[in-house]
Design a binder for this molecule. Structure first.
Ligand SMILES: N[C@@H](CCC(=O)N[C@@H](CS)C(=O)NCC(=O)O)C(=O)O
Length: 212
């Protein structure tokens, strides 16, 4: 499997999940500005016409986009890692969280705060929406270790998205259960490895841009 990614983007959730599963994967880095594959200059829009990461290419050559679909594919491809309930209501519950993270948090709250092209109105709208959504998480995670009853791909996605708060005005210390949850996840070997690898790449990229 190939994972198309950019450092510290939402594709980090898939990297974490692949590490959780002990899966063999090739990581293909995309330049977020040029939308080219960094190693060979290929146009990434031929893989995902929107130019967004993540995308995966399966060993059979099938391309899949969208975090919620990709994360569930990884979970299903490596069932022994138990990264998603296989079926039934608990699977629907997982999908509920993946949709919440992808729409209510990623796109409504964080995308406008991270996008340099977002105007003040968009940023204000995002900041106004944040407390209700974070409070929902605060209530849910109080006295609970994970979103479901064990670590799943939804935790990998939530960790990734909430990690962006440090470069926004959102102060997660106001949400102690959420902060404690993130602290616990940070200690997982898969999360620690994926985050530290991508952070190094991200910081090197930022330094290179500054000096250019
Ligand atoms: N709906 C997509 C959203 C993916 C997305 O927003 N990816 C961001 C990184 S977190 C991206 O590639 N941004 C680059 C851009 O907007 O050009 C999904 O869930 O996969």
């Amino acid at each position: 499997m190939q994972l198309y990614y950019s450092p510290m983007a939402c594709s980090l959730a898939t990297r974490i999940s692949l590490y959780e599963a002990g899966a063999d994967a090739e990581f293909v880095r995309i330049d977020g500005r040029t939308k080219q594959v960094r190693d060979d200059g290929r146009d990434y829009r031929t893989v995902n016409p929107l130019g967004l990461v993540p995308a995966i290419a399966t060993d059979e050559g099938l391309v899949l986009t969208e975090n919620a679909a990709i994360l569930q594919h990884v979970a299903d491809r490596f069932p022994s890692a138990n990264l998603a309930p296989p079926s039934g209501f608990e699977r629907s519950r997982l999908q509920q969280w993946l949709c919440f993270i992808g729409t209510e948090l990623h796109k409504v709250v964080f995308a406008p705060l991270l996008d340099a092209k977002a105007n003040e109105g968009a940023r204000a709208y995002a900041l106004e929406k944040a407390p209700e959504r974070l409070s929902l998480l605060e209530v849910h995670l109080g006295g609970r270790e994970f979103l479901l009853d064990h670590f799943t791909v939804a935790d990998a996605y939530l960790f990734t998205v909430l990690g962006w708060a440090v470069v926004t005005p959102i102060d997660l210390s106001k949400y102690p259960a959420v902060s404690a949850y993130l602290g616990r996840l940070r200690e997982r070997p898969s999360v620690r490895r994926a985050a530290s690898e991508e952070r190094d790449l991200y910081l090197a990229e930022q330094a290179q841009r500054k000096s250019a």
